[in-house]
Write a protein that binds this ligand. Structure first.
Ligand code: ES4
Ligand code: ZN
Length: 326
């Protein structure tokens, strides 16, 4: 079995990360105090008791509630710097960071506050943490396509430093077909395309994200294993799947870590990598996800190297950066 220290030192890219999901309970309380906000769960102890989830929606309810503490650019910058420091400690050398612009707009926070705050932290990330970064605007699939298009136009008009778009939040009942115009507009604007699919939703959502939205990458995609034909296609096209093992266990997309389909996905020849999703909520950052899987499945160094290499090869980083990290 590969040694945890060897796992840590492998250069990795994190491709599936919601920056709002990196708000640790301590920082939530600190920002609440700083901004004079009264939370429904006002102490660390009571707040921590809320972190037992039964499915995606039960997590999303807490995730959106806790965002209430993010008010100023400094709040967004502090959250982002705290993530970069922890990612660096996991051996992450390139990070593709999603944020939820609609969730902040809905709370009356200016788009520019979220964008400028996050961007300020990312601007010094290579120098401060040795991590190159890419920012991705994720749209809420349980909201309308009109709302997503309005926010995308606003981001383009303000020349927000985004490289791509994603699609997240409650999956079932909100298929990719709802967002065809959004992805067409983003592609026209030269943005890279990814979408959550096959986390709680069926394999057909993975297929539709590829066929109808033209995504280059699938976030999660674990339920693709239920469809043999789809797996063949994903292998043939080497579509990157950004898998999040601890997230899948905590949201009960899989019963246990031992029952996680990742080993089966690796054997099938799928292009998979390991990510933390919402590390403050799911029990750890990229390093903890690697450690847990390596221990559970007694991985050798070659398996860990394959997954770390996949993460870098599947990133939206410039080729020169990929070459430097591979
Ligand atoms: C998310 Cl784990 C997950 N799935 C879907 N949407 C999300 N937003 C933040 N975390
Ligand atoms: Zn996610």
């Amino acid at each position: 079995t590969v040694h945890p220290a060897a796992l840590l030192s492998l250069p990795k890219a994190e491709l599936h990360l919601h920056i709002e999901g990196t708000l640790e309970p301590e920082l939530i309380l600190e920002l609440a105090a700083r901004n004079g906000i009264t939370l429904p769960h006002p102490t660390l102890e009571v707040l921590r008791e809320q972190y037992e989830f039964s499915d995606l929606q039960s997590f999303l309810d807490l995730y959106y509630a806790n965002m209430a503490v993010l008010i100023t650019e400094a709040d967004f910058a502090d959250m982002t710097r705290a993530y970069l420091a922890r990612a660096r400690d996991s051996g992450v050398r390139h990070a593709e960071i999603m944020f939820d612009p609609q969730a902040h707009a809905a709370r009356g926070i200016e788009l520019s506050t979220a964008v400028n705050g996050i961007a300020a932290a990312l601007a010094s990330s290579e120098a401060e943490f040795g991590i190159s970064t890419v920012l991705i605007a994720a749209f809420l699939r349980d909201e309308t396509e009109e709302s997503a298009l309005e926010v995308l136009e606003a981001l383009l008009a303000m020349r927000a430093p985004i490289t791509g778009i994603g699609l997240d939040s409650a999956e079932v009942g909100h298929p990719p077909s709802k967002f065809i115009r959004l992805y067409k507009r983003a592609a026209e604007a030269g943005l890279r395309l990814t979408a959550h699919a096959g986390e709680e939703g069926p394999p057909s959502y993975v297929e539709d994200a590829l066929n109808l939205l033209g995504v280059e990458r699938i976030d999660h995609g674990i339920r693709a294993v239920e469809d043999r034909i789809l797996v063949k296609r994903l292998v043939r096209e080497q579509v990157p799947l950004t898998v999040c093992p601890l997230s899948n266990v905590r949201l009960r997309a899989v019963d246990t870590l031992a029952a996680h389909p990742l080993p089966q996905m690796i054997s099938a020849g799928l292009n998979v990598c390991i990510n933390s999703d919402d590390p403050a909520y799911f029990g750890g950052y990229v390093g903890a996800n690697f450690d847990a899987m390596a221990a559970e499945f007694a991985w050798d160094a070659a398996t860990a190297e394959l997954l770390a290499g996949n993460s870098i090869r599947s990133s939206f980083a410039p080729d020169a950066r990929k070459d430097a990290l591979l």
